[in-house]
Design a protein around this ligand. Sequence first.
Ligand code: NAP
Length: 245
Amino acid sequence: MTGRVSIITGASRGIGRAIAVELGKGGGQVVVNYVGRVDDARETARLVEQAGGRAIVEQADVSLAEDADRLVESALAAFGRLDVVVNNAGITRDTLILRMKDEDWDAVMNTNLKGAFHLIRSAARPMMKQRRGRIINIASVVGIVGNAGQANYVSAKAGLIGLTKTAARELAGRGITVNAVAPGFIETDMTAELQSDVVAKMVEQIPLGHVGKPEDVAKAVDFLASDKAAYITGQVLNVDGGMVM
Ligand code: NAP
């Protein structure tokens, strides 16, 4: 869709950057959101424009409702409409339940789950007026199968899948689809800190035999954002090399 307007949260790096570039191709207009790393966000905007799109860079902490509102307003002010929201911003604070502090729980829930709720609530109104819209939430396969050491992250991602299905039901009548993409193991800063033996063990569980790239996730998001996916809503699409099936 030429000229479609997208907000991508957490688009300064990793999966979010790849999604921004993919949705920018062929004239897409993209709001590149970041929370702290402005230089990385500007680099994403440069890559979007190199791919043929237009981009603006917007700082916003998605865990804050007023920041989410401002993000939606900035898209409408810059581009006059809002077609796609991708809730991608995410953090980890991994540790076993016995050692997990309330702060670790709250930080992950507030960014990964409440942040998506904020953006959906802010974006729903303009999308309802347009009687069309696409919301895509970046969950994780661990939100389906669980993972030791990630109680906060897994709970947030499982919650995000529930939020996806509920928002899909609430917004379907207004022509808005809501879906989730659940990546498996993708090479980004988030996974860069894992020890090589842990990575090797994970790769053993991937039928396709290798870890994924941010672009693999971005292509699935682009599909769900496109007219080709017009009759798909409330679904979770795993992009994980077959790890969870
Ligand atoms: P990443 O490289 O660590 O990037 C995280 C992004 O989120 C950055 O752009 C960061 O902005 C932004 N961010 C963090 N907190 C934010 C907040 N409060 N408000 C707005 N933006 C915020 O992560 P990634 O690996 O690309 O992951 C992207 C998404 O995919 C996450 O939701 C993650 O849970 C999910 N995922 C990743 C994998 C994987 O294997 N990598 C697997 C499954 C799911 P700054 O740069 O400004 O800090």
